[in-house]
Design a protein around this ligand. Structure first.
Ligand code: NAD
Length: 270
């Protein structure tokens, strides 16, 4: 399990309310803990109640405030009901981290089934849309910050052949975020995208990679595909620091942009 952030004096997000999707593990969990340690009350949305309860307990154990919201992000009514519940509990919404996602099936196009394509797009792309659609009216009341978790795949890296549905879902998230950055600017809602490279989480458990050997490009990368670390992946906590920056007023003039957090991996391994 990832190391816990020390509880710090909650100042930056004190009195604010954040919704984090996919908050039960990996990047979402680290971000939820980090936002809570900066003073935010956090709505933990995901589909594994046990995991969410554990994160909620960790937050409450450090004098933070959290609410468990069980929902499948690909089910609009469930996401809408969860977001409404969070709003009625805390009376406001300031930050949304749309992070829930799966790798899904990675396979050659002749093998990738329409149902598999649809499931990845349902969770990653429609799930992001449902989250932001459910939250937008609340965010517009006072202004706020949306952070979408995309990936290097589909934005700056295209060499993971077979990840067609995943990369398309991630590229779609970037377009959605940029459209909304313009639409929501008049209401002082900022919208940004983070694009992580290799981060050590359990996302591989949600990956079904099939028969990729024959479609992989024959490219030899230098040892250590992540230049900054010599190949070592980043940590969820490093990503959480970026989420906190984008959630807080420290990034008050940033909107409509993507930020790659990958130790320069995608510049080498495009
Ligand atoms: P993870 O598997 O630990 O986290 C994903 C979370 O999303 C899990 O808690 C899972 O339960 C939840 N989730 C999945 N489908 C859901 C659904 N339908 N409804 C509600 N919740 C759902 O993996 P992670 O690496 O922390 O992934 C988080 C995000 O980061 C994903 O969007 C992923 O694409 C992105 N990302 C990860 C990496 C990496 O290397 N780990 C790199 C780039 C982008």
């Amino acid at each position: 399990m990832a190391s816990e952030q020390p509880m710090v004096e909650g100042v930056e997000l004190s009195g604010k309310v954040a919704l984090v999707t996919g908050a039960g593990s990996g990047i979402g969990r680290a971000a939820a803990l980090r936002l809570a340690s900066a003073g935010a009350s956090v709505g933990l949305l995901g589909r594994s109640e046990d995991e969410l309860q554990q994160v909620a307990e960790a937050i409450r154990g450090r004098a933070g405030s959290a609410s468990v919201l069980c929902a499948d992000v690909g089910d609009f009514s469930a996401v809408q009901a969860a977001t409404e519940r969070l709003y009625s509990e805390f009376g406001r919404l300031d930050v949304v981290f749309a992070n829930a996602g799966v790798n899904g099936v990675w396979a050659p196009i002749h093998e990738l089934q329409p149902k598999e394509w649809e499931e990845t797009l349902r969770i990653n792309l429609s799930g992001t849309f449902y989250t932001l659609k459910s939250a937008a009216a609340y965010l517009k009341e006072r202004g706020g910050s949306i952070i979408v978790c995309a990936s290097v795949n589909g934005t700056r890296m295209f060499s993971n052949t077979g990840a067609t549905a995943y990369a398309a879902s991630k590229a779609g998230q970037v377009a959605m975020a940029k459209m909304l950055a313009v639409e929501l600017a008049r209401d002082k809602v900022r919208v940004n995208v983070i694009c992580p490279g290799g981060i050590s989480t359990d996302i591989d458990d949600n990956t079904d990679a099939r028969d990729l050997e024959n479609i992989k490009p024959r490219v030899e990368f230098p040892d250590g595909k992540i230049p900054l670390t010599g190949g070592k992946p980043g940590t969820p906590e490093q990503v959480a620091e970026l989420v906190l920056f984008l959630a807080s007023d420290r990034s008050s003039h940033l909107s409509g942009t993507e930020i790659w957090i990958d130790g320069a991996q995608s510049l080498l391994q495009g």
